[in-house]
Design a protein around this ligand. Structure first.
Ligand SMILES: [Zn+2]
Length: 471
């Protein structure tokens, strides 16, 4: 029996907060790309942590059937998809959680309820692995202790209980609180999180949930899931092409066997990160050189971008190097937060499309080149998240190559007749380059999978809607 604890790897931040909707952010720890040193422990050696001893009693979480069942360690990266929610705790509870953490890892309180020790062996094994790896790497100091893992059970709004009976942590969705009764912890949950967890519990198959308690008393709830790919005949393609600077274009193509239905998705305009980067660089240079040219305007601009458009009074006093560096740091944090929110927006849109098309086989198509070479943007930093999302939702992730410069009807290279608008010199078809790239992804997918019916349907649709790809 295995426990997949690979998620406690330093790359976790890729999938850190999954927001069912934007309001859920309120439940997250502030700052969107938090440093979580307590999570930065290496992944256990090998693909997973095998259990040293057989389970003592029934009621261990069930291994997923099918490809991930059996005694083999799944290749964790390719195995389970995960969602992570941070759960904000108040100061009092956080202190209690720290005590609980210490009690459990040292087993120093004789009366620790069994439920809290559920994953004790895995924890020990993970810690020993980490220590060994550090020693092998020539480091002398001990690693930070990994988070505790606790089983979770849910009380649903109708009063029914889901999860293992002896779970140490109860998430009561009727009362909107998280409880760890053995330590007297009761933490109110945001309503947006409660709603998200009700939805998550109603998924089929239902995810496995585990609560992570860090040594500093932070909580994260982790859901893992790997539904089998659907055997549906309908195909739902989610085609995404990113153009740095112009944003991410998305086109939905549904194919039921005869005709395709093509819907334009939202265009995710990138946040204006370049401006923030420029302000940050100017602040840095002002701090380093003491330049005062336009400094007041710069500081005011920085505050404006931080949403604090206040008058900078006594700004000469304010403009010390330390204060300028602090302002620069805040601008940098703002840039990262905007980028992260942008990625969250894309991911949650894709998730909602997959869930709304549950009767179809969902395939996420992205331009491979951009995914691998882009310096920033969704498809580079976010492709990991999209892969994870696909595992979790039972969708397929297919990176392909696509260009928006060629006519799909005659393969001729288009001529740019207006900004990003191309025209085929042979058949006269006109299109918007970024939109065409998404359409070409679908065509290339049809070729890749030798789905001739899909390819024909796409070209037919184009003949019937020759101006549809113009924006
Ligand atoms: Zn043409």
């Amino acid at each position: 029996m295995l426990l997949n604890i690979e998620f406690i790897n330093p790359r976790l931040h890729f999938l850190h907060v999954s927001r069912g909707n934007s309001a859920a952010g309120a439940n997250a720890v502030k700052g969107s790309e938090p440093r979580v040193p307590e999570l930065e422990i290496p992944r256990p050696m090998g693909a997973g942590v095998a259990r040293a001893s057989p389970p003592q009693q029934g009621g261990r979480p069930q291994a997923r059937g099918g490809a991930y069942g059996g005694g083999e360690a799944p290749s964790n990266r390719a195995g389970l998809g995960r969602r992570v929610w941070k759960i904000r705790v108040n100061k009092v509870n956080r202190e209690i959680l720290k005590v609980m953490y210490e009690d459990v890892i040292h087993k120093r309180n004789g009366s620790i309820p069994k439920g809290l020790l559920y994953y004790a062996d895995e924890w020990r094994e993970m810690y020993e692995n980490t220590k060994r790896m550090r020693e092998e790497a020539g480091k002398r100091t001990l690693p930070k202790t990994p988070p505790l893992l606790l089983l979770v059970k849910f009380v649903m709004p109708d009063g029914s209980v889901r999860g293992k009976k002896d779970a140490a942590c109860i998430i009561d969705l009727r009362r909107g609180e998280l409880r760890i009764p053995s330590y007297g912890i009761a933490q109110k949950l945001r309503r947006s999180l409660v709603r998200a967890l009700v939805e998550e519990n109603s998924l089929e198959p239902r995810p496995d949930f585990v609560l992570m308690v860090t040594r500093r008393g932070f909580l994260r709830l982790i859901a893992s899931r790997a539904p089998p790919r659907k055997d549906a005949s309908a195909l739902q393609l989610i085609c995404m092409d990113e153009n740095l600077g112009h944003g991410l274009y998305a086109t939905l193509i549904r194919f039921g066997g005869e005709k395709v239905r093509v819907t334009r998705g939202p265009t995710f305009k990138p946040p204006n990160a370049a401006l923030l980067r420029r302000i940050a660089a100017q602040l840095q240079s002002a701090a380093d050189t003491g330049t005062t040219v336009e400094l007041r305007a710069l500081i005011e601009r920085a505050y404006e971008e931080l949403g604090e458009g206040r008058e900078v009074e006594g700004w000469e006093l304010y403009a010390t190097p330390d204060r300028l560096r602090e302002l620069k740091r805040r601008i940098g944090a703002r840039e990262r937060r905007l980028n992260e929110e942008w990625r969250n927006g894309v991911v949650s849109w894709v998730r909602s499309v997959v869930r709304a098309n549950a009767d179809a086989r969902a395939v996420v198509l992205v331009d491979e080149v951009i995914a691998e070479t882009a310096q920033s943007g969704m498809l580079r930093r976010g492709s990991e998240r999209l892969r994870n999302l696909c595992l979790y939702e039972g969708a397929e992730y297919v990176p392909l190559r696509a260009s928006g410069r060629y006519c799909p009807r005659c393969n001729a290279m288009g001529v740019e007749v207006a900004r990003r608008i191309f025209k085929c010199p042979r058949c006269g078809l006109e299109w918007h380059r970024d939109r065409m790239a998404t359409f070409t992804l679908a065509l290339n997918y049809a070729k890749l999978t030798e789905n001739e019916a899909l390819r024909k349907a796409l070209l037919e649709w184009l003949n019937e809607h020759p101006r549809a790809l113009l924006s």
